[in-house]
Structure formats: structure tokens, C-alpha cells
Design a protein around this ligand. Sequence first.
Ligand code: NDP
Length: 522
Amino acid sequence: MSTTSDRIIKYNPATLELVGELNRTSPDDISLIIQDAKMAQAEWIARPLKERIGILKRLQKHVVLNVDNIVRVICEETGKPRVEAMNADIMSALSATMYSIEMMPSLFQPKNISFGKLSPMMKYLGRRSYIQPRPLGVIVIISPWNYPYGIPFSQAVMAIAAGNSVVLKPSSATPFSGLEVQNAFVTAGVPEHLIQVVLGSGGSVGNALTSSAIDRIIFTGSTEVGKKIMADAANRLTPVTMELGGKDPMIVMADADLHRAAEAAAWGCYVNAGQTCACIKRIYVHDEVYNLFLDLFRDNVSRIKLGYGLNDPEIGMGPLIDEDAVDEMKVHVSRAVEQGGKILFGGQYLEVKGYFFEPTAIIDLPHSSDIVQKEIFGPIVTIHKFQSVEEAISMANDSVYALSGSVWTSDLAMGKMIAERLTGGTINVNNVGYTYGLASTPWGGRGDSGFGHTHGIEGFSELLESHHVHVDRGKFSRELWWHPYGRENLELSHGLLNMIFGGQYSRTMTLLPRMRRWLKGR
Ligand code: NDP
């Protein structure tokens, strides 16, 4: 693969030290990369299922045995604490691999289709339908920098388990993690080019990929870029899966275990320095427990240590990804104050080496203010009071985003009722965010959070074509709706319609011998 002279130069956002340099892929190389991916996919699906499963088992083993090295690469690129790289990136990669291995034997099984009430008739006619699942072909994965290993790995392993090949474009902010994903598959023994990584900006190689003849795009990133990619994909009618932004609500009922809820909030708001699509961004607390919850929340957050957590296990929060992100947080905080918000804690940039911004909570903001409505990709949460369940649900649903959310209560029936009424792809009762790491459960949002699914059987169904095969044993020589048309087949068609859909069995039974004669062509 040739490269342009352009280089990606990557610095650690926690230490500002150089991580390394890499060549960008030239957009001119994309068509060859796609051709190679098509050939590799054909080779992969031709291999026996047992062999493919064996390779994914080796993949799982590779990640487990090399976890320290992979975690180091992730931490160096993102600055996140080691425990977060382990618990989020690595766990979600391994969970998706294990789930894929378990699902592979059943993924390609033909599935009979029931004709419902028409079944006895179809049996008499000697006909059946079944679905033969088939891989789609080449899947392009475009991923963000926040979980630079877990997100593309879990999507790639499911795509490959479903018999596809993968072209991955990691964020230019985290190219080394993208290469680690590829390295794991190659080491496990997948065919050459089954997974290829292209490096460079979305505007150049990303755009060249989305305009190519590929079979699906799985995009994870901002809503704005998602819309652009979807417009590009429309030119070739390429199907897309859109995993976009979020503004997750957390509802704390008066009867909640407030200690657990406050600890959960301290993690759920500030994990990955708030740079998580499914971070808690809006907390709604029942009036009766509002002040107590604020005290417990503040207390838990005050114990989070900021710093570079590669080698210090007590660091609880890393830096933002770059200087622009810090500047954005400063603007959000000053706008929040302008709009009537009060800073409960945080709000400051730390004047140390690295892009550290304090965990921040803002209260008393009008719900319509842009700080409450827009996605803020950093450690800022807004907190609101409610009096009634209806008010909590209505405020939580007052967002263009609908990715995930949570409700906290000791009344599980109430929790489920609220969960079922909240918008969003995943709503937790008494937990937050972690189901991304449970690969058997679906992941996906609605509204400005996107559509489609990764993970779960719903995710697999987007990676496979439901190929329908209909088999007629040929017992009869013609059909009622074939030529030549005439009075006879018109009457018989009408009679059949009355019999099947009008329930007029006795009146139309007399037509059966005529129908049989017609079908036999005599
Ligand atoms: P971006 O949307 O900026 O970028 C995502 C990816 O798209 C990057 O690889 C980027 O490349 C690429 N890209 C940008 N423009 C184009 C283009 N025109 N054509 C093709 N590819 C393009 O998101 P971030 O990386 O900043 O990630 C943060 C966002 O991701 C947040 O909004 C967050 O909510 C969302 N997200 C959603 C998740 C979900 O599951 N719903 C999970 C995680 C994050 P490059 O940057 O190299 O130019």
C-alpha cells in the first residue's frame, strides 16, 4: 500500500509526550483496498465453520495474553486510566468475541418460514420458504477516539463472525489503537486483507471509503458527521448503521438507594472524562431527596483523582482528548453561567501539563438552555429537580438525543414502568452504561442518537443478508394467476379470495375440484 508523505503525529493528551508517527493512507488506494477486501471475504466464507470459529478462539486468547500491551497503547493515545481501558475497551472486545463464537454455529443455519394459516394449503401444493442467511460482503467501520479499541473491535469481530471482511478507519486521534485491533486478528490467523486499517482524516480517506462500492457502513461518531456520511452513502444506496451522540438522563426517585445512586452518578458522569456517548449528562432528582443526593454526589466526586492513570491505579479521571476539547468546556461553563446556571462544583481547567478539566456539575439551568439540550462531550453534567413521575419522564424525554438512560428506585415495578416510557435504545433500572460490554444485548439509539444496532442478535441481523429461498416441488403445471386469462381463472381467483380471506369455506368448497383441474392444466 503506498502512502502520501502526510504523517499523523500523535501526542499523549495526559503527558503531551510524543506517542509516535504514522503515514496516512492515500485516498487513491481505497479502491484497491476494497477489491482486496472482497477477495478476502470470499476466501474467509469458503473456509469451514469450525476453522473460522477456531480462529476467533485464538483471537480471544491473543487479547487476554496481550492485555498489558494493548492497554498501554490505548492509554498512551487517550490518556485514560488503565482500569478504564481494561474495563471498557478490553472487556467489550472480549465480550463481543465470546458472544460471536457462541453464535457462529447458528448464524448460518437455514430458518424455515411459517406461512401461518396458509400452511396446510402450501403443504398440499408442495411449497416451502426458508431464509438462508448470507454475509453482506465488505463492512466499513468508521470509529471515534473515545473507546478506540473496544468499539471497532467489537463491531469488527461480529462482522467477521458473520462472514464479512472489514475495512476500519479509526479516528486520526487514535490510529495506534486501530492498528492494534488489526494486529489481533492477523495474529489469530484470519486471511490476508480480511481486516484492513486505513489511516487519515474523515474528509479524505473516510470520504473515499463511504463513496466506494461497499456493503454496509457502521459509523460511530457525532450526529453531524453521521448525517454527512449518510448523504454520501445514499449515492450508492449503501446501508448504514448510525451510532451517534447522546445526552443520557438519570432519574433518581425518592425511594432510591441514594448512596448507590450517587456513586453510580460519580462514575456514570465522569467515566472517560465524560467523553462517552452513554455518559450521564442530565440528572433529575426527586425534590424530597434533592439536597441529600447533591451532598452525596459531591462527596463521591471529590474523591476522584485526576491524572495519568497508566501506572497509578488510584487515578479516577484522565484528560480530555485535546486542547480544543478544553476550550469547548470553558465555553460551555461560561454559557451555562450566562444562562442562569450555578456551578455546584468544578468548572475549571487544571493549569498542569495535559488537557485536564475538573468534573463539573451545574444546577438551576432552564431546561430549554443549550447546555441542557446540546451534547457536551466532556465532564459536565446538569442537575434538575422534579416533583412528580410524569414531570421526570417528560423532562428526561425532552431531548433530540435518545441513546440510553437510567432510573433509580427501590420499587422495581415503578422502575420498569418508567424505563419502558423513556426514549432511548437502552434504559437501565438501578445501573448505568455498562451493557455496552454485554455483547448479547443490543446497542443503538433513536432520534439524533442514530439508528440500527451493533451487538446482540439485532446487531448480527444487520451484518447478514436474509436470503429468501422458495421451493416448489412442481406438483402442478400452472398457477391461477398465469396466462391465459379468462372467465374460469377469474372466477376461481375470486373464490379463492373469499375462501382464504373471507372465511367462506362452505360456499367455496365446491370450487376445489375445479381449482385442482385448473392447476393440473386439464
Ligand atoms: P466524529 O464524528 O468527529 O468522528 C468519528 C469518525 O468519523 C472519525 O474516525 C472521523 O475521522 C470520521 N469522519 C469525520 N468526517 C468524516 C467524513 N466526512 N467521512 C467519513 N468519516 C468521517 O466523532 P468523534 O471521533 O469526535 O467522537 C465523538 C462522538 O462520537 C460523540 O458525538 C459521541 O457521542 C459519539 N459516539 C457515539 C457512540 C454510540 O455508540 N452511539 C459511541 C462513542 C462515541 P477523523 O476524526 O480522523 O477525521
